[in-house]
Structures are given as structure tokens and as C-alpha cells.
Design a protein around this ligand. Structure first.
Ligand SMILES: Cc1cc2nc3c(=O)[nH]c(=O)nc-3n(C[C@H](O)[C@H](O)[C@H](O)COP(=O)(O)OP(=O)(O)OC[C@H]3O[C@@H](n4cnc5c(N)ncnc54)[C@H](O)[C@@H]3O)c2cc1C
Length: 548
């Protein structure tokens, strides 16, 4: 006899765990099925060096920002170990000498820092911050909005669209123009409009290319910068970016503990092979080992290609939806390099290997826009970057739970390698790429190489084959304009429902994803809970048709 549940969640990443927590909290008998030996997905803390199990790294994602206060409060995550250390400043040391620090909330110090490179840029900085804040006021709350089905003439969809328009009725011509610029411009062109010094522009460009298969001169990268800069989703101020105690796995385990406290079951080493569709409705899942589990509600949080094309099957889906998912763009060219260090980097520009403020934030390798662009062009031409770009952090500047006293973890989020490196391991080339990345830092902090105790290099192939991040894309799909809001993951299905009644979708490939924000999982659970209530009242399962 197949085990029966009210709800099955496929994937135990942080979104799957969030969905399970909300479903279980609503009274649904819920199980999470995770294919790996542990939960967390891309929000994971692991010990990658067998001969040094005491050294733990936040292996893929590394900093928190967008988890809404509502989720933290409702799931009581602080009770279960959610604890954030706010990050220090953005820091870049320059090959030509000198450095810059940028603070999230200290205008006076920013003025002093930027003045070192350009007085005009220092004067422009408060206006830029105010401009971004104004845009964040518009875009932030949209992250918690279920995208309307734009273009549909059905009364319910029209009502949703009008409600969204009404909520934004205060927007004036200027603000709409600014949002349009943000959505369509490259981060390079946008920054050229505001700043003159290459050092400041390099610093501000980083957020525009994180996880993106696009250099800073590509249209749309201005929006990526905004996605990574919004600190408030209209749900209470979220503050600065920060480090979770115990690494990003600490976020996942806090959510898992919350889910379990509401009665959810969580199974690891439980790889789902197929989602069962019977009479056009979701009916459960079949695991790799043939075991069947049944439920009228199934929430998938896997990459859309895996969820829909491999597990639901094209035969159970409308043709145009299948085409949309086949065309889903999912490249990144990201390589994560985790280093265990015997001492902190000693920068020529800011000497000393004792803990200093510049070790506490991001320690970047993005000295100029041209540097970042060159790294992208190398990969676009089919070679790994000769001088990669990196967003580095040293979480152990605060978090003593990851490594023994006196040792540190330096986590380098680097780009780019060619987009097709997801199909072969490229092990030797990745090691050479990591050597070059470390050389770049070593030019600025000459003790780095000798301080390295261990290193762990995770490329696109491992991201895809071990973690299920198809194409190596860190967000289950690019944050390009044609894949945002009502288009994420496909037009007509951005409301966390799918063409199959009873099947909900809450991975980072839905609106508000990617990132460790829990919003997709939360929204998918809300949709399922709402439909469960309706079907209990009417005795019928909600019918979904592509709405036109
Ligand atoms: C290198 C890297 C750095 C990043 N840095 C940041 C950052 O600093 N900050 C940030 O906010 N975001 C960051 N991100 C993005 C963020 O981590 C992801 O968007 C987010 O964690 C995805 O969560 P998810 O639950 O949607 O999916 P996932 O975390 O991918 O979870 C899906 C789960 O499903 C499991 N699974 C796969 N196939 C099956 C199957 N057949 N059966 C059962 N289970 C299966 C997987 O093992 C996984 O646990 C980063 C991502 C990467 C890769």
C-alpha cells in the first residue's frame, strides 16, 4: 500500500522546507522528499575536506538578505537558530594601489571613501542612494506580490491586474521612467550616467552581474543590481546583507526545524523520479527505487526542466507550456571556490593579517568595469576567464562556529567559465581557473597563497549533477527580463500553480526567486492551502486551464 499524505513536497531546499512548514502549519499531513543525503539544496553548510571534518563551509550560497520578516516571524525561525551577523563594508583593494570601502548605511564614511577617487562621485553618492531607495520602494513590495496573468481577459485575472495597477497609482511619470531605465539598461551605462571614476563604477557594478550570464554592458544587468540591492520587500526593513551563523545551512535547518515542529516529515536520500498525474490531476510521486507516495497536493521546488519535462512529462502538459520550459534560459558560468585559511589576507593597501574592518564585508576582485567585462568576454568566447571576477566573503570574521580558533573560511563566488561547462566536469581546467583566481587576490594580499590550508572548487557540472542546478544557474533560471515577474517560470503560470491541478510550483524559478528568500515556497504553499480550502467547501479540485 502506498503511503498517503495530504501534501508531498519535492525537494528539501530552503523553498521546499518553507512550503512544507506552511502546509504542515495549516494542518496538512506533509512530507518533504529530498534526493541528497541532506536538506538545504543550495543553502547548505558542508565539511568538504575528509581529512579536516572540523572545517565547515557554506558551500554554495553565502550571504542572506531577502528573507521576509513575515516568514521569520510566522515560522519562529530565530527560535530554531536563524541568526544573522550584519556584514561589514564592501572592500576592493586596487592593483594600482589604494582601496575603497563602501558602507550600506554610513553616508559620511562613504563620502570620505569615494572622495579618495573622485570628489564628483562622492557628491553623487547620496543622490544615487536616494534614487535606489526610491526604486526599491516600488520594486520591493512587488517581490511579495503574486504576478497577475497579464493579457488575460478573464474577470478574476483582470481584477488582479487592476488591483496591482491601483496599488501603484501613486507612481508618477518620473518614477515609471526610472523603473523603465532600470529594467532595460546595462549596469555599465547606468553607472556612466552617475559616476566618473573607474574604481567607484567597478565597485557598484558587482551586484549587476552576480549569477548572471551577462557582462556589465548587457541590457538588463541594471535590474540584476537592483534585485541584489533591495533591502526591504515592503514587509519591514530587512537591513543589510548578513552572514547566517553556521553558514547558509543554518537557514535551511531553522526552516526544517520549524516544519518538523508543525508535524512535517522530512526524508533524505529520497529521490523523486516521477510526479504521478491521474485523470489530469496530481496524485503523488514515485521515487527512484519504485516506492510510491500519494497525495492530492504536490509541491515541486526543483528546477523547471526537471520538475516539468522529466517528472511530470510533456504528455501531461500543454504544448505551449512545454515549449516555454524548453526555452527556459539557465546559464551562469559561476564557480564557487571555498578556501580554508591559516590566517587572514594581508592586503598591501591595508596591511595586517589580524582581523580588521575590511575583512568583515565583501572582499572583492572587481577593480573596474572593464575587468569584469573581460572576464565575461573570455567565457563568451569559450574560454574560462583569464582573470576571473570574484565576490569574496570571510564569514569567520564573525562566525566562530565554522572553524577552530585561528583558522578562517574565505568563500569566493567567481565568474565566468563557459556556459556549457555544466555538461563535463572540466576538473583540471577548473583547478587552473582557481589557481588564477587566487593569483589575482595574491597580487593584492601576498600572504594569501601560503595561508591556504584546503580548497574546494565547485563548478557548473557539480552544481547541476550534485545539486540539481541545471545549466549551473544559481537561481534555477536566469534573471533576464523575459524571465521575470509574470513570465517566471512561464506566462500564464506565475501564480505558483501549474497546468496540472493539484501540482504547485515553488522553486527559485518563480517570481521573487532566486536567492535564499523563501518567498516561492511560501507562495506555493499559500496557493495550495487556498485551493484546499476551496475544494473542501465545494467538494471539487480547482481546475486550472491556461488563462487567455
Ligand atoms: C554558488 C551559489 C551561490 C549563491 N549565493 C547566494 C547568496 O549568497 N545569497 C542568496 O540569497 N542566494 C544565493 N544563491 C542562490 C540561492 O542559493 C538559490 O536561489 C536557492 O538556495 C534555491 O533554493 P530552492 O529551494 O529554490 O532550490 P534548491 O536549493 O536547488 O533546492 C532544491 C532541492 O531539491 C533537491 N532535488 C533535486 N532533484 C531531486 C529529486 N529528483 N528528488 C528529490 N529532491 C531533489 C536538491 O538536492 C535540492 O536540495 C546562490 C546559489 C549558488 C549555486
Amino acid at each position: 500500500m502506498a503511503a498517503t499524505y495530504d501534501a508531498i513536497v519535492v525537494g528539501g531546499g530552503h523553498n521546499g522546507l518553507t512550503a512544507a512548514a506552511y502546509l504542515a502549519r495549516s494542518g496538512a499531513r506533509t512530507i518533504v522528499l529530498e534526493g541528497r543525503y541532506k536538506t538545504g539544496g543550495a543553502a547548505t553548510t558542508e565539511a568538504p575536506w575528509p581529512d579536516a571534518p572540523e572545517l565547515k563551509v557554506t558551500r554554495l550560497s553565502y550571504v542572506m538578505s531577502l528573507l521576509p520578516p513575515t516568514i521569520i516571524r510566522e515560522l519562529e525561525l530565530e527560535r530554531y537558530g536563524y541568526k544573522i551577523y550584519p556584514m561589514g563594508p564592501y572592500y576592493q583593494a586596487f592593483p594600482e594601489g589604494g582601496s575603497i570601502k563602501l558602507y550600506a548605511d554610513d553616508a559620511k564614511r562613504n563620502y570620505e571613501e569615494v572622495s579618495k577617487w573622485s570628489k564628483a562621485d562622492a557628491d553623487a553618492m547620496p543622490k544615487w542612494d536616494a534614487w535606489l531607495e526610491g526604486l526599491a520602494d516600488v520594486l520591493g513590495p512587488l517581490l511579495l506580490t503574486v504576478p497577475p496573468n497579464l493579457g488575460s481577459r478573464k474577470p478574476r485575472d483582470l481584477a488582479e491586474t487592476l488591483r496591482l495597477a491601483w496599488r501603484n497609482r501613486g507612481l508618477d511619470v518620473r518614477t515609471i521612467a526610472d523603473v523603465t531605465r532600470l529594467m532595460t539598461m546595462s549596469i555599465a551605462d547606468l553607472l556612466d550616467d552617475w559616476f566618473e571614476s573607474s574604481q567607484v563604477k567597478g565597485a557598484l557594478a558587482v551586484n549587476g552581474v552576480i549569477g548572471t550570464w551577462a557582462g556589465p554592458y548587457e541590457p538588463g544587468t541594471a535590474y540584476v543590481m537592483a534585485h541584489h540591492s533591495i533591502g526591504d520587500v515592503g514587509d519591514g526593513h530587512l537591513g543589510n546583507w548578513g552572514f547566517q551563523e553556521g553558514g547558509m545551512g543554518g537557514v535551511s535547518s531553522a526552516i526544517e526545524a520549524a516544519a518538523r515542529s508543525h508535524g512535517a516529515e522530512v526524508r533524505t536520500n529520497a529521490r523523486v523520479a516521477r510526479i504521478l498525474v491521474e485523470n489530469g490531476q496530481a496524485a503523488g510521486v514515485v521515487l527512484d527505487n519504485g516506492e510510491e507516495l500519494r497525495a492530492k497536493v504536490v509541491v515541486s521546488t526543483l528546477h523547471p526542466r526537471t520538475a516539468f519535462l522529466d517528472q511530470v512529462g510533456a504528455e501531461n502538459l500543454p504544448d505551449d507550456f512545454v515549449t516555454d520550459i524548453q526555452h527556459w534560459k539557465t546559464r551562469s558560468g559561476v564557480v564557487k571556490i571555498n578556501l580554508a585559511l591559516g590566517e587572514l589576507p594581508d592586503f598591501i593597501a591595508d596591511p595586517g593579517s589580524q582581523l580588521q574592518e575590511h575583512h568583515t564585508g565583501s572582499v572583492e576582485m572587481a577593480p573596474t568595469m572593464e575587468y569584469i567585462e573581460r572576464a565575461f568576454q573570455d567565457a563568451r568566447e569559450g574560454r574560462p576567464a583569464a582573470r576571473p571576477f570574484s565576490d569574496g566573503v570571510i564569514p569567520t570574521a564573525f562566525d566562530k562556529s565554522l572553524t577552530p580558533e585561528g583558522t578562517h573560511i574565505m568563500s569566493l563566488f567567481t565568474q565566468w567559465v563557459p556556459a556549457d561547462w555544466n555538461s563535463e566536469p572540466h576538473t583540471a581546467e577548473l583547478e587552473a581557473y582557481a589557481d588564477r583566481m587566487i593569483d589575482c587576490y595574491n597580487e593584492l594580499a601576498p600572504n594569501l597563497k601560503s595561508a591556504i590550508l584546503h580548497r574546494d572548487v565547485v563548478g557548473p557540472y557539480e552544481m547541476e549533477h550534485e545539486y540539481g542546478l541545471v545549466g549551473g544557474n544559481i537561481f534555477h533560471g536566469e534573471l533576464s527580463l523575459e524571465q521575470l515577474f509574470h513570465m517566471r517560470p512561464a506566462p500564464g503560470y506565475a501564480d505558483y500553480r501549474t497546468p496540472v491541478p493539484g501540482l504547485y510550483y515553488g522553486s527559485s524559478a518563480t517570481h521573487a526567486g532566486g536567492g535564499v528568500c523563501g518567498i516561492p515556497g511560501w507562495q506555493a504553499a499559500r496557493a495550495a492551502i487556498a485551493d484546499r480550502k476551496t475544494s473542501k467547501r465545494s467538494g471539487q479540485i480547482r481546475k486550472v486551464t491556461r488563462r487567455s
